[in-house]
Write a protein that binds this ligand. Structure first.
Ligand code: AMP
Length: 214
C-alpha cells in the first residue's frame, strides 16, 4: 500500500503515520523529520534547510525532492506513508511521474480535515523527541515519564511567530493540491478531530473500504 497523508501543519499527519507504521507496517516517510535530522547532524542539506524551516517557509523543491526520492527508493516503492510530501503542485507532478515510472501508483491521498482553531491548539502544545521524531501533545499525549527532558523540545517552527507563516504557506501553496488529488480520484477525506485512536480507526476503515472496492 502506498499512501500520502495530507493536511495542514498540526492536522495529525505525523501521529497518524506513526500509528500506520505500528499497526499496518507502513514505512513512515516524513520530509520534515528527515530535514530535522539533517539539521541535528549539521549536514550541508541541514544548514541550507534551517533558515527556511525556522521561518516557517518551504525548503527549496530540489532539496526536498532528493530526500523524498531516496526515501521512496529505500522503501522499494511499496508499503509507505508519505507525510509532508508533496506540498506544492510541482512536487506532486514530480511524485506522480516518479511513482508511475516505477510502476508504483498511489492507492490514496488521505486528507485529515481539522478546523483552524484546533490546529493552533495542537501546534502550540506539540513537543517532539529530537532523536526519534515522535510527536507528543502536552495535554493529550504527554511524553512518558523517565524520558530525558532535554530530548523533548518544542520545534522552532512551532513557536507563534513561525506558526502563522506556516499556515499562510499551507493555504497558499499546499491546500490547492486538494483539487489536484480530487481530479485524479485519489482524495479520501477523513475527519481529523478526535483521539489519535479514533482518527486512526477512521483512516484504516476508509483505506480498507477503498481496497475492498478495487
Ligand atoms: P513538517 O514536519 O512536515 O511540518 O515540516 C517541517 C518543515 O520542513 C516545513 O515547514 C518546511 O519548512 C520543511 N518541509 C517539509 N517537507 C517539505 C516539502 N515537501 N517541501 C518543502 N519544505 C518542506
Amino acid at each position: 500500500m502506498r499512501i500520502v497523508l495530507f493536511g495542514a501543519p498540526g492536522a495529525g499527519k505525523g501521529s497518524q503515520s506513526s500509528l500506520l507504521f505500528e499497526n499496518e507496517g507502513l514505512e513512515h516517510i516524513s520530509t520534515g523529520i528527515i530535514l530535522r535530522r539533517a539539521i541535528a547532524d549539521d549536514s550541508s542539506v541541514g544548514r541550507e534547510a534551517k533558515q527556511y524551516m525556522d521561518a516557517g517557509a518551504l525548503v527549496p523543491g530540489r532539496v526536498v525532492r532528493k530526500l523524498a526520492e531516496k526515501a521512496i527508493t529505500d522503501s522499494e516503492f511499496d508499503q509507505f506513508v508519505l507525510d509532508g510530501y508533496p506540498r506544492t503542485i510541482e512536487q506532486a507532478e514530480w511524485l506522480f511521474e516518479f511513482l508511475e515510472s516505477n510502476d508504483a501508483p498511489l492507492l490514496a491521498v488521505v486528507y485529515l480535515k481539522v478546523p483552524d482553531d484546533i490546529i493552533v491548539n495542537r501546534i502550540s502544545n506539540r513537543r517532539v523527541h529530537v532523536e526519534t521524531g515522535e510527536n507528543f501533545h502536552l495535554e493529550y499525549k504527554p511524553p512518558p515519564t523517565g524520558i530525558d527532558p532535554s530530548l523533548i523540545i518544542q520545534r522552532d517552527d512551532d513557536r507563534p511567530e513561525a506558526i502563522l507563516n506556516r499556515l499562510l504557506v499551507y493555504h497558499e501553496e499546499t491546500r490547492p493540491l486538494k483539487d489536484y488529488f480530487r481530479e485524479r480520484d485519489l482524495l479520501l477525506i477523513v475527519d481529523g478531530v478526535g483521539s489519535f485512536q479514533e482518527v486512526h480507526s477512521r483512516v484504516t476503515g476508509a483505506l480498507r473500504e477503498l481496497q475492498a472496492e478495487l
